[in-house]
Write a protein that binds this ligand. Structure first.
Ligand code: SF4
Length: 270
C-alpha cells in the first residue's frame, strides 16, 4: 500500500513517535495544534533531496544498472533545485546558502559513488512503506524503509540513509529507536524467521565528505522495549501529556516551533 493511503487512515508513525519522545511539546504544536512550521530547516530539504537520489540509485541497481557519480550529481542538482530554488521558507545556517548546499550535495554523491561497495545482493524494497499492528495500540504503526536488501545467504539488511554533520558513535547507532522499530516491523511483515541486520549509511557533510556504513543488530528484548515505548508514547499522547525537551537539548537548535515554544514557556499560550 502507498504511504499516502496509509496516512489517510488513523495511524501513528515511527518518526512521530520518535519525535514525541524527543519533545512532546513540539509534537503537540505540529500534530495536535496544527501549527505551521515557523521555517523550513535547510538540513531537512537537503536530506530529502539526497534521499531521493539514493532511492534512484538503488531502484536502478535493482534492474542491474549502477548509476555513475556524474549521473547522481545531475540528479541531485535537479532534486535540490526543485526543492530549494526560490523556496524563501528555507532557513540556511550561517555561512551556507543554496549554492553551497548544491556543491556539497554533488561532492557527497561523488564520494558515495566512488566508495559504496559493489554488493552481491538483491534489492527487495526502496522507499517502501510498512504497517504494523501492536497489541494495545488502537491504530497501526506506519513508516518507510529507505532500503531493504537480501544477500546470497538469505540475510536481510534494512538500511537507513542519513546525512549528518559528523560521524555517528557506536552508541548512537546501537540505540537508534527507529531502526529497532524497523526490525520489529520486518518481523511482523513476513521476515520473522530470517536473520536481520540493520545498517545506517551516512553521508557526512565534512569539508571533504565521507561515506560511512554502520552495521548493528537488535535483540528480541530491544524490540519489546521499543514497542513498550510506542505504547507509553501513545498513552501520553492520548492523555494530552506534552513535555518539552530538557533545557539545552540538541532538539531545540533546529526546532521549527521556537517562537511558539518561547510563548508557551512565558505562559502566553496554554
Ligand atoms: S524549542 Fe525545544 S523544547 Fe521547545 S518545542 Fe522545540 S524542541 Fe521542544
Amino acid at each position: 500500500m502507498e504511504i499516502e493511503a496509509l496516512r489517510k487512515e488513523p495511524h501513528l508513525s515511527a518518526s512521530s513517535v520518535a519525535g514525541y519522545l524527543e519533545c512532546g511539546l513540539a509534537y503537540r504544536f505540529g500534530k495536535v495544534d496544527g501549527l505551521a512550521p515557523e521555517f523550513t530547516p535547510d538540513v531537512l530539504v537537503f536530506g530529502s533531496a539526497i534521499h531521493e537520489v539514493l532511492a534512484e540509485y538503488y531502484r536502478s541497481m535493482s534492474k542491474g544498472v549502477r548509476l555513475s557519480g556524474d549521473h547522481l550529481k545531475k540528479s541531485f542538482e535537479k532534486q535540490w533545485s526543485e526543492r530549494a530554488a526560490d523556496n524563501g521558507s528555507i532557513r540556511y545556517k550561517e555561512g551556507t546558502d543554496y549554492r553551497s548546499y548544491l556543491e556539497q550535495g554533488k561532492a557527497m554523491l561523488a564520494v558515495f559513488a566512488a566508495q559504496v561497495p559493489v554488493e552481491n545482493c538483491k534489492v527487495l524494497a526502496v522507499e517502501e512503506p510498512f504497517c504494523m499492528n501492536i497489541e494495545g495500540l488502537p491504530a497501526p504503526l506506519i513508516g518507510i524503509y529507505d532500503l531493504v536488501i537480501e544477500d546470497s545467504s538469505g540475510v536481510i539488511t534494512i538500511v537507513d540513509h542519513k546525512t549528518s554533520a559528523k560521524s555517528y558513535s557506536v552508541d548512537q547507532v546501537d540505540q537508534n529507536f527507529q531502526m529497532t522499530l524497523y526490525q520489529a516491523a520486518a518481523k511482523a511483515n513476513g521476515f520473522a524467521g530470517r536473520e536481520i541486520l540493520l545498517r545506517l549509511d551516512a553521508l557526512i557533510k565534512t569539508k571533504v565528505p565521507k561515506f560511512e556504513q554502520y552495521y548493528t543488530t537488535r535483540s528480541q528484548g530491544d524490540e519489546q522495549g521499543a514497542l513498550k515505548r510506542v505504547l507509553v508514547a501513545w498513552e501520553g499522547i492520548s492523555k494530552g501529556v506534552y513535555l518539552p525537551a530538557s533545557v539545552g537539548s540538541w532538539r531545540c537548535s533546529g526546532c521549527v516551533y521556537q517562537d511558539a515554544c518561547g510563548q508557551w514557556m512565558k505562559g502566553e499560550i496554554p
